[in-house]
Design a protein around this ligand. Structure first.
Ligand SMILES: [Zn+2]
Length: 304
């Protein structure tokens, strides 16, 4: 019993410390004693956490649950640490559509009348059965940033001006990203792409590009299964005949089949662009998206 209590205490202090280290330099620790407890926000995925951080700065204590660049988020299994963070949060951000279904379960298991839940898929008007990777839709993240700002202004009125100013900065820094999408659309609309998994779907739509890989193939990889032999053969034919100009390769949902497709692409000199599900460490959402778009642009410029 005593051991269990100690473990819980250690766990919650570890959670609190991990939130603080991200946002506060050592100097701020000295000021912390005089400052009232900050409100805590939990984001299921680190790209939402990044945007919350850009708008809330160090006014909030922030935890992003899914952030490991070397793991497949579709296979994520929650921990007691996640549950502790969610139980204390003032706001919980969930992507939705079943991408992070464990979050809904943890919220139900830890009732808290003070807590608000923001489900981004609902905010963005997505429906069950839609592509799960809604953060690859440039419009969704702008809508999300505005909804988070509304929450912060309502929950913490004394800092409302800061939040509005930071939203403005965010919107300004978002423009090069949407400008890049428009510029590439003007230049490459209609370009045929291959994709090992549905991650790039909304972005391809925004770019006016076509993903030729069958939904069946992409869906199987997303679900951690092997695509049917027929779908694999079709993908290999498309690469061999250069019907696909660039292969979009999800680096977080790899399997022997995706590895085989990657090797085929290399063998047939089809350029490969690696894209990820989670925000890479040290980047921001906007820089991450622009970097990936730069790579797609370079790859398309190489192919006839
Ligand atoms: Zn995925």
């Amino acid at each position: 019993m005593t051991q269990l209590i100690q473990r819980r205490a250690l766990l919650s202090s570890a959670v609190a410390a991990s939130g603080a280290v991200v946002l506060w330099g050592p100097r701020r620790w000295l000021e912390a004693a005089a400052v009232p407890a900050r409100m805590t926000i939990v984001a299921a995925e680190n790209f939402y956490g990044d945007i919350i951080g850009q708008i809330a700065g160090d006014h909030v204590s922030l935890t992003s649950i899914i952030s490991d660049p070397n793991a497949d988020p579709h296979e994520y299994e929650s921990s007691t640490r996640d549950m502790a963070a969610i139980s204390r949060a003032r706001l919980v951000v969930i992507s939705g559509l079943g991408y992070d279904g464990f979050m809904t379960k943890l919220v139900k298991a830890t009732p808290n009348p003070q807590r608000e839940i923001l489900t981004v898929a609902e905010l963005a008007g997505k429906k069950p059965g839609d592509n799960l990777h809604i953060w690859y839709d440039p419009r969704v993240m702008l809508t999300f940033a505005r909804a988070v700002t509304d929450f912060l202004v309502r929950a913490d009125p004394p800092n409302a001006t800061s939040y509005r100013n930071w939203l403005h900065l965010f919107e300004t820094s978002y423009k090069p990203f949407t400008a890049k999408v428009a510029e590439m659309r003007a230049r490459f609309a209609g370009a045929p792409l291959g994709a090992t998994e549905p991650i790039f779907g909304y972005m391809a739509d925004a770019l006016g590009m076509r993903i030729l890989t069958s939904k069946e193939f992409q869906k199987a990889v997303e679900e951690g299964e092997d695509p049917p032999a027929r779908a694999i053969a079709e993908m290999e034919d498309q690469l061999r005949r250069h019907e696909i100009k660039v292969l979009i390769y999800n680096v977080q949902t790899v399997s022997p089949v995706t590895e085989r497709i990657r090797k085929d692409a290399a063998r047939f000199s089809v350029p490969i662009v690696g894209v990820s599900e989670t925000l890479p460490p040290g980047s921001s959402y906007q820089r991450w998206m622009i970097k990936q778009l730069d790579e797609v642009e370079q790859a398309l410029s190489k192919t006839p």
